[in-house]
Design a protein around this ligand. Structure first.
Ligand code: M6P
Ligand code: ZN
Length: 190
């Protein structure tokens, strides 16, 4: 039997140098400066920026419907090196709607930090760089901050029924912020 008869084409390929996902079923979610209301401490600085500028983008591979139990999603996120006041560009950050669902992040390019926060609002960070693997456990809010001068790209995989709870972060934020001081990243309590 020739092997070709059994061969199915895979849906998606990843360029491991750039982290880009390639495939017809990959969708793109763009987050512009305008989408990031109340994410940064200095809302005036955000409003003074060109609102349509791209802040970060997420390529999504969602092979099963969102919300279905047992499936897995895969994504690539690229955060551009833009400053808002003294803060670095970052993702909105979220808990999972099903809070016990876990996730992996894998650093591909650039430098930054994964900020994690538990339900007691205790925070800690993990350094993200090429090859760094991050297991995001249950009940943890997660946000990525690009502290470098190049785009920061990471891959992620999470359960298809995890969902996103943005509300808690939108209302109360994280209990720390990473800011730039004298050209270096510093962590400050809020
Ligand atoms: C990763 C995953 C996605 C998430 C994206 C951007 O790719 O965790 O689920 O949407 O990062 O993060 P956020 O939704 O917090 O802006
Ligand atoms: Zn998540």
């Amino acid at each position: 039997m020739i092997l070709e008869q059994y061969l199915h084409k895979t849906d998606v390929e990843i360029d491991l140098t750039s982290g880009r996902l390639k495939g017809q079923t990959v969708s793109l979610q763009k987050r512009s400066i305008a989408d990031l209301k109340n994410v940064f401490a200095d809302e005036q600085a955000r409003l003074a920026m060109p609102q349509e500028s791209l802040a970060y983008e997420v390529q999504l591979y969602l092979p099963v419907p969102e919300g279905i139990e047992g499936g897995l999603f895969f994504g690539n996120t690229t955060i551009y090196p833009i400053k808002i006041g003294n803060e670095y560009m970052m993702t909105k950050g979220h808990f999972h709607a099903k809070a016990d669902r876990n996730e992996y992040y894998l650093g591909i390019k650039g430098e930054g930090y994964l900020l994690l926060m538990n339900e007691k609002r205790e925070c800690w960070v993990e350094q993200m760089k090429q090859g760094s693997l991050h297991f995001i456990g249950a009940n943890l809010a997660h946000r990525v901050i690009n502290t470098g001068s190049d785009p920061l790209t990471f891959l992620a995989s999470w359960p298809s029924d995890a969902g996103h709870n943005y509300e808690a972060i939108q209302q109360h934020g994280f209990s720390v912020r990473i800011i730039e001081q004298d050209g270096q990243p510093f962590i400050v309590k809020v």
